[in-house]
Design a protein around this ligand. Structure first.
Ligand code: PLP
Length: 339
């Protein structure tokens, strides 16, 4: 049995999702008349109480479009030093937006209002970049899937309002946070100027992300998406998967979190594991005992049928998802017990 926990992106569309995809009515989205893409965008915008939404091929694209729209060349973006937008998007802030970063050292990737206030560049100093965006990530991938206290997000919003700086959310796994905190999509929609959510992660779609924002932000983003080659014709087949996922795959994320907690527990008191990060959602990160190589450990796991990823020095990451069932969990328990 292959147990694939490399990422929550590895899922295959369920039969019901495939049926929804094949039944989709499609048009040409570049011409704006794919009814299923339009329906997904309207549904998502309404869900978050935001004016408009844009369906895109990836979360990298939705983040990069937001950064491009909010900044101008020579700006800086304030974010945590472990942010996906900085670490895992190929230097896009520099390449797409000709902008720099102010990297903060957060608590497992979560930055505070005080840190943001201190990092904002002075408006009248010609030596400095101009801060044009603050970007948060929730849940935080590098932080092991931890989530923000909403009071802190509100405080960051207040700092941004005082300085007239927009606030973006990389919410690739926002729904994982929402099912734990019972916060609403609407309160997030009210607080951020733009939000990126991934349909291809825990929600189980084959591909796709959404950018949410005002009509003005989305209209600009649609232009840049075309420039990047992201105009995608009969994308309604994929949008249908997104509609299906928003209707059927959100509440079940709790199951992924429960299984992740059980995986975390498997590594407690193992001599080769120094630390198991707190498991808050669907990500489990373990720190190996000093001297052990993460590459060797990942190889050893793969030889036993469990696929994970090396996640920095001494760290290994496991992510639970729709295709990881209780029988996979029990099989993994046996594998880890033998280690
Ligand atoms: C996966 C992910 C993204 C987007 O990744 P794509 O592979 O480009 O869809 C963005 N931010 C975070 C935190 C992610 O985990």
């Amino acid at each position: 049995m292959k147990i694939d926990l490399r990422s929550d992106t590895v899922t295959r569309p369920t039969l019901e999702m495939q049926r929804a995809m094949w039944a989709a009515e499609v048009g040409d989205d570049v011409l704006g008349d794919d009814p299923t893409v339009n329906a997904l965008q309207e549904k998502a915008a309404k869900l978050f109480g935001m004016e408009d939404a844009l369906f895109c091929p990836s979360g990298t694209m939705t983040n990069q479009l937001a950064i491009r729209v909010h900044t101008q060349p020579g700006s800086d973006v304030i974010c945590d030093k472990y942010s996906h937008i900085y670490l895992y998007e190929g230097g896009g802030i520099m390449l797409n937006a000709l902008s720099s970063v102010k990297l903060l050292e957060g608590d497992r990737g979560r930055i505070s209002a005080k840190q943001v206030a201190e990092a904002i560049s002075p408006e009248n100093d010609i030596h400095s970049t101009l801060t044009r965006l603050v970007s948060l990530e929730n849940t935080m991938n590098k932080g092991g899937g931890c989530y923000y206290d909403f009071a802190e997000i509100r405080a960051i919003r207040k700092v941004c309002d005082e300085k007239n700086i927009p606030l973006h959310l990389d919410g690739a796994r926002l729904f994982n946070a929402l099912v734990e905190t019972r916060e609403s999509t609407l309160q997030y929609g009210q607080t951020f100027d733009s939000i990126s959510i991934c349909l291809s992660k825990g929600l189980g779609c084959p591909v796709g992300s959404l950018l949410l924002g005002t009509k003005e932000v989305i209209n600009k983003a649609r232009r840049f998406r075309k420039v990047m080659g992201g105009g995608w014709r009969q994308a309604g087949f994929l949008a249908a998967a997104g509609i299906y996922a928003l209707d059927h795959h959100v509440d079940r994320l709790k199951e992924d979190h429960q299984r992740a907690r059980e995986i975390g527990a498997m590594f407690f008191s193992k001599p080769e594991i120094e630390e198991v990060f707190p498991v808050d959602t669907n990500i489990v990160i373990v720190r190996l005992a000093p001297g052990l190589s993460e590459a060797d450990y990942v190889k050893k796991l793969a030889d036993a049928g469990v696929y994970a990823v090396a996640f920095g020095k001494g760290l290994v990451r496991f992510v639970t998802h729709l295709d990881f069932t209780d029988s996979h969990l029990e099989e993994m328990r046996k594998v880890i017990a033998r280690f």
